[in-house]
Design a protein around this ligand. Structure first.
Ligand SMILES: NC(=O)c1ccc[n+]([C@@H]2O[C@H](COP(=O)([O-])OP(=O)(O)OC[C@H]3O[C@@H](n4cnc5c(N)ncnc54)[C@H](O)[C@@H]3O)[C@@H](O)[C@H]2O)c1
Length: 382
């Protein structure tokens, strides 16, 4: 491929996800791997040799070298903020893994750094690895909502309790399931994709009430079971129920509107389509129990054999090369993170949280949980 039609990407953080991204970059026509960066020197050297690129052990040295167009961040969560801000200061494009940051204030700092970089180069791209947005069933649900098939929405409920994890999973990696290392539990590690899709489908709630259990099933210091109750000013209510302690768990999304109900479960997308608005029916029907006439429709959707991660990497390159729309702007990552933060803040404070969340209140709570009261956490101190 002509080098003018390729972007050079440096991958930072070569763990299980970073390894996958190395393979995706190699497979993608419009991307070329430029360098590898990991704190683990032995790993960085070994993989750099395998891919015939340079190895770095500190992202600042990598950015100083600078022979690439953009970076892909696949490190533990807190580092996303520091590395993205440093990259924007040097004028590089950034694709970051989920969650974009640990808390809303961190994402605001990343977005401000991006805005500053854009004032020098308006074309700088800030993308997030929300690869599930590229999958056929989620795209179809988004399309059904946006095209008004459901009419006025009244309830959205996601039960996503099939994140079963054993104690051995949590014991295998010292950054996992700690406030200091990971910044949270099931909401921050397992659920960012579903929280992103939730807000992508129906928006950010206006009020959030959360109930969480900290280390209920596992010996961990963060949440492993959560129920969030959401209220919207337009009258819709929502529920987000998740756990890493249920086996077999459930993954069921229900979106109910006046014109019907969408259910996605077990890879099947079903639309119960009302013949008339249920809100009109309940006012107008003569009998006391007359449901709306409705049809059950199995909605077909496209499946894709390609890796969704690879599709996002290709899209990142096309956004840089040709100005394509991004699958997910990373600045939108604040929505899913703020929903998760608000569920936890509500749990800790014992009251409903009005959105947008008070980022300082949650950051302070997180600092307390990390037991470094009164100091800035080093990773967010810019
Ligand atoms: N999009 C997805 O589907 C998906 C799936 C799994 C994980 N993730 C995300 O990918 C990221 C990484 O997760 P993982 O499971 O690969 O973790 P991991 O622990 O397997 O790997 C992290 C790697 O980052 C390195 N590292 C840590 N700090 C660094 C720093 N400052 N500079 C350079 N390297 C550093 C570590 O040495 C390690 O090799 C997380 O944000 C995680 O949430 C995304």
């Amino acid at each position: 491929m002509d080098k003018k039609n390729q972007i050079r990407i440096a991958v930072i953080g070569i763990g299980s996800m970073g390894m996958d991204h190395l393979r995706s970059i190699a497979k993608t026509a419009n991307t070329e791997l430029a360098a590898i960066c990991d704190l683990d020197r032995e790993k960085a050297d070994r993989l750099a040799e395998e891919y015939a690129v340079k190895a770095f052990y500190d992202h600042k040295n990598l950015l100083e070298w600078g022979e690439f167009d953009g970076i892909l961040i696949a490190t533990p969560h807190y580092n996303h903020t520091v590395i993205a801000i440093d990259a924007f200061e040097k004028g590089f494009h950034v694709l970051t893994e989920k969650p974009v940051g640990v808390h809303a204030n961190d994402i605001k700092k990343m977005t401000s750094a991006w805005e500053r970089a854009k004032s020098k180069n308006p074309k700088i791209v800030f993308a997030a690895m929300f690869q599930m947005r590229t999958q056929g069933h989620w795209k179809k649900i988004k399309d059904l909502i946006d095209s008004g098939e459901l009419g006025k929405l009244v309830r959205t409920t996601w039960i996503i309790t099939d994140w079963f994890r054993t104690q051995s999973y949590y014991d295998n990696g010292d950054w996992r399931a700690t406030w200091k290392g990971e910044g949270g539990g099931v909401l921050l590690n397992q659920c960012p994709h579903q929280l992103d899709l939730y807000q992508w489908f129906v928006g950010v709630p206006d009020k959030i009430t959360g109930y969480a259990s900290i280390g209920k099933y596992h010996t961990i210091e963060v949440e492993d079971e959560v129920t969030g109750f959401f209220q919207y000013n337009n009258g819709m209510v929502g529920h987000f129920i998740t756990s890493t302690g249920e086996s077999p768990g459930t993954n069921r999304l229900e979106i109910v509107g006046e014109m019907g109900k969408i259910i996605f479960e077990n890879d099947t997308l079903t639309f119960f389509r009302n013949r008339k608005s249920m809100l009109d029916q309940l006012k107008e029907a003569a009998g006391g129990f007359e449901h709306c006439e409705n049809w059950k429709i199995d909605i077909p959707y496209q499946t894709n054999d390609d890796s969704a991660h690879r599709v996002v990497i290709e899209n990142f390159a096309n956004a840089i090369l040709h100005g394509d729309d991004l699958v997910a702007q990373a600045s939108e990552g604040i929505n899913s993170v703020a929903i998760g933060n608000a569920i936890m803040l509500s749990h800790f404070e014992g009251e409903t949280v009005n959105m947008p969340i008070n980022g300082d209140a949650y950051e302070k709570k997180l600092m307390d949980l990390m037991e470094i009261k009164g100091e800035n956490h080093e990773s967010t101190d810019h």
